[in-house]
Design a protein around this ligand. Structure first.
Ligand SMILES: Cc1cc2nc3c(=O)[nH]c(=O)nc-3n(C[C@H](O)[C@H](O)[C@H](O)COP(=O)(O)OP(=O)(O)OC[C@H]3O[C@@H](n4cnc5c(N)ncnc54)[C@H](O)[C@@H]3O)c2cc1C
Length: 399
């Protein structure tokens, strides 16, 4: 593959992770973004690297691969730059899921049993152990589980560090450069028209996050990736009061739901700067980026049920972003069967930070024709959720 040129379209965390893997494998990589690196969804969410919220299946498998890769990737980044590794703010602090109703406790126990069968560590915390682990969490709980594998990063710092590795390995970055359309020859994409002129390459990776649908339409091979809005509250810096990533047991239901109307659940985590992030909501409202007071108060109300002590804490700001959503809740990773030379790496919804490094590895495996670290069939482009009615099965060789 030496001498091969690949253009990664989108410099969010997924594009950065793909660029890193490809550049380290010796491919000539150019990363293009219409904004700045990590300026879109990647800097508008939270940084949880979770296995706890995923049931058995391909997403959990990718999450576990990514969880194994993160420390390795970080070690590689640290070798290049200790400062870059520090800005990732990697915290393998574990997650705690708390149920506050009888039904919630039963659902959590069932969910965890399935996860354990798939190899996830999920430990029951009794009331005393929970109080010791999280002294400020509600005493009105019916069950709690500790997931030691859950971790956290600072997403923009992580994306910058991944991209920094790619650049150090010879990749280049063009910001303020919008991709407008494709140049094709004989059913193959050979270039993209951009706001800064023609960019030619042997392969192109659609890593445009929630705009993957729009970008792929411009390129002539549309995939069904849509925006799913999420909002987060940020407190002023506090003395330590949240020690793990803590969320309520309803969260898993909200993640798996496809409802268009508002879904909220409490997801609470401290950051290295001392602020506590309180998420989050899920709404399908297109790219409407207005903050809604009723959404923010619903998020706050759920958080107070979990952490009553937060009632006295000032909220310093709120922000929101658009998760890249695919109707079957699985990412799209692989070759486009309709347009040779086009690859997709997107649609990770609320898990793209955690899953980025596994996605980069899978994409590298596929582009280089290496054995893949897991079966990529569930993520293939030609599945009904991604291509709709026009989805046609293609053979493994072409996928
Ligand atoms: C509220 C909220 C909370 C979240 N919490 C978590 C969490 O805790 N853990 C987790 O793992 N995930 C979380 N996520 C999801 C995560 O943020 C996303 O899955 C991830 O950031 C997607 O990264 P990306 O690189 O695919 O997309 P993006 O970061 O959006 O990057 C895509 C890039 O493509 C560029 N682009 C688009 N169109 C074009 C074009 N035509 N030409 C050139 N460039 C283009 C954009 O400018 C952008 O920079 C959360 C998301 C939200 C909104």
């Amino acid at each position: 593959m030496y001498g091969t040129r690949v253009a990664v379209l989108g410099a969010g965390i997924v594009g950065a992770a793909c660029a890193r893997e490809l550049a380290l494998a010796g491919i000539e990589v150019v990363v293009v973004d219409r904004g700045a690196a990590a300026s879109a969804t990647t800097s508008h969410g939270e940084g949880n690297v979770l296995v706890s919220d995923k049931g058995p299946g391909p997403e959990l498998e990718l999450a576990r691969i990514s969880r194994t890769l993160w420390p390795q990737v970080l070690a590689g980044i640290a070798e290049r730059s200790a400062h870059a590794a520090h800005t990732v703010e990697w915290e393998p602090k574990g997650g705690i899921v708390v149920a506050t109703t009888g039904a919630g406790a039963q659902g959590l126990a069932r969910f965890a049993a399935g996860q354990r069968a798939a190899g996830v560590r999920a430990e029951v915390l009794d009331a005393e152990a929970l109080a010791e682990a999280e002294p400020y969490v509600t005493r009105e709980h019916t069950a709690a589980l500790y997931y030691p594998e859950d971790a956290q990063v600072q997403p923009a710092g992580a994306a910058a560090a991944l991209l920094g590795d790619a650049l150090a390995a010879g990749a280049s970055l063009r910001t303020g450069c919008e991709v407008l359309g494709a140049v094709t020859r004989g059913g193959r994409i050979t270039g993209v028209r951009t706001s800064a002129g023609l960019l030619e390459a042997d392969g192109f990776v659609n890593a445009a996050g929630p705009w993957s649908g729009e970008l792929s339409t411009r390129l002539g091979a549309p995939v069904d990736v849509r925006p799913r809005r999420g909002d987060v509250l940020v407190t002023t810096p506090l003395p330590p009061m949240v020690f793990h990533k803590v969320y309520d047991a309803d969260y898993v239901g909200a993640v798996g739901s496809s409802a268009e109307d508002l879904q909220t659940s409490a997801v609470v985590e401290s950051t290295r700067g001392g602020s506590v992030l309180i998420g989050s909501s899920r709404r399908r409202v297109g790219f409407d980026d207005r903050l809604r007071p009723e959404v923010l108060s619903a998020v706050a109300a759920k958080a107070l049920r979990l952490f009553p002590a937060l009632a006295k804490v000032p909220v310093m700001r709120a922000y929101g972003g658009f998760r890249p959503y695919v109707p079957d809740h699985l990412p799209v990773i692989g070759a486009d069967p309709r347009l040779a030379g086009l690859w997709h790496a997107g649609g990770h919804e609320g898990a793209g930070i955690g899953l980025s490094v596994g996605t980069g590895r899978l994409l590298r495996n596929l582009i280089l024709g290496e054995p893949t670290v897991m079966d990529t069939t569930p993520f293939r482009v030609d599945r009904p959720a991604v291509l709709g009615e026009s989805a046609q099965p293609v053979s493994e060789e072409t996928a």
